[in-house]
Design a protein around this ligand. Structure first.
Ligand SMILES: [Zn+2]
Length: 416
């Protein structure tokens, strides 16, 4: 078997890994670099030189396997040749086809032949057997185990061990035990500047801290969080329920919850959450696209107006929306609390939160494993060698994990 990591040996994101034999070629993830998310550059800018991957080439790959629904793992899909089957879990399929096209830009993968792979399922692609294993990271994230009968490789995708889904990552370690190679992410080996993770090592800690913050506060509270961070959304919903607050979200977040509820019945159904309200006073590209698809007003009975919030602001927790915040401010709501519940790095890169700096309380835990958790995981899965990916410090792996480490450079082909 040969391995070639086209991108990701020396950066966080943009994963694209080829495994091949003489007869069969597969890719694990086809991501775009993190910087692409903040850039207007055309998608072509981020192509990696994979022969036979793109629509303008003769197809040369037998399959692509996507680990999860984050663009640094699937972002190149719109450029992929329609003849190449693309495998992903059913929930990731829904997010990529129903939610991602709502976002600004023209993300379109309707030309692709997408095949759903269930967690635990094993498929045969030429010389390879490929099995998907659920891991803890984002909804329905999987790692993959790939074997050609001689060499067996496990790939974590993105992984962590500290949300309600942590058992999935440990089960992956047991199910894929003793691989010849473990391709393992190392996001947090270099992000030592982030102290939030030390204060909130698990999602349960985050949930408790949000509960405490809301209980102690008698002010309107804004919370900045990613709609696609399902664990966080559920933590916040539950915290609002427990503290008697009304949560105000936007129609896009409501649509995401609907999709997740369809995939995972244990996820709350907005229909039955009378303390969750939706603010419709939004006109942007997402709203327009949702209106075109007839899903903007799906939960119209949950509608709340800015005026209604103004009547009793201390009752509400609002998923941060700067227009609504400005309107409330102009109309007299100048005192409020602000919970920032995302990666600290975004705050340093963007000025969105500058006006609220003196109010911000950071409550967040990472989507990625700590170095200590990775150590335990590597002990448990017990690979013969590890291959670093999705990291800015691959050279640290060998000393940190005490396992023989194969350090690759981007685009280097290695026989394994
Ligand atoms: Zn991810």
């Amino acid at each position: 078997m040969n391995i070639c990591i086209y991108r990701g040996t020396n950066e966080i994101g943009g994963n694209c890994i080829e495994l091949s034999t003489d007869k069969t070629r597969i890719l694990l993830d086809v991501g775009t670099p993190l910087e692409s998310m903040e850039s207007d550059a055309p998608l072509d800018t981020y192509r990696v030189p994979v022969d036979g991957l793109y629509s303008d080439q003769t197809p040369g790959l037998d399959a692509i396997f996507i680990t999860h629904g984050h663009p640094d793992h699937y972002g190149l899909l719109p450029l992929v040749n329609s003849k190449i089957p693309v495998y992903m879990t059913p929930a990731v399929h829904k997010v990529l086809t129903q939610i991602q096209p709502l976002l600004p830009g023209d993300f379109d993968i309707s030309h692709l032949n997408i095949i759903q792979i269930e967690p635990g399922q094993r498929v045969r692609i030429g010389d390879f057997w490929v099995r998907a294993h659920l891991v803890d990271h984002s909804p329905a994230s999987v790692g993959y185990e790939v074997s050609d009968g001689t060499t067996r490789v496990a790939y974590t995708g993105d992984i962590r061990f500290h949300s309600h889904m942590s058992a999935q990552s440990w089960a992956f370690a047991d199910a894929a035990k003793n691989p010849d190679y473990l391709i393992v992410e190392g996001t947090r080996l270099s992000r030592t500047d982030d102290t939030t993770n030390e204060r909130f090592p698990t999602e349960t800690c985050v949930h408790q801290a949000i509960c405490e913050q809301l209980s102690a506060s008698n002010k309107l509270t804004y919370i900045s969080m990613s709609s696609q961070n399902l664990d966080r959304l559920c933590s916040v919903i539950r915290a609002c329920e427990l503290t008697g607050r009304t949560l105000v979200i936007d129609p896009y977040t409501a649509a995401l919850l609907d999709v997740f509820h369809e995939c995972f019945p244990s996820i709350p159904n907005i229909k039955f959450l009378d303390f969750v309200k939706i603010y419709y006073g939004i006109s942007d590209e997402i709203a327009d696209k949702m209106k075109q698809r007839g899903i903007f007003y799906t939960h119209k009975s949950h509608k709340i107006t800015a005026q209604k919030i103004l009547d009793n602001p201390t009752k509400y927790v609002i998923k941060y929306n700067w227009r609504l915040a400005q309107w409330l401010n102009r109309n007299g709501v100048s005192d409020y609390d602000f919970i920032y519940s995302m990666w600290h790095g975004y705050m340093e890169r963007k000025n969105t939160w500058d006006p609220h700096q003196d109010k911000i309380v950071e409550i967040h835990t990472s989507g990625h494993a700590s170095s200590e958790a990775l150590c335990k995981f590597i002990d448990q899965i017990a690979p013969k060698q590890i291959i670093p990916v999705h990291t800015e410090c691959k050279s640290a792996f060998a000393t940190r994990f005490n396992v023989p480490t194969l350090v690759l450079n981007d685009k280097e082909v290695k026989r394994i």
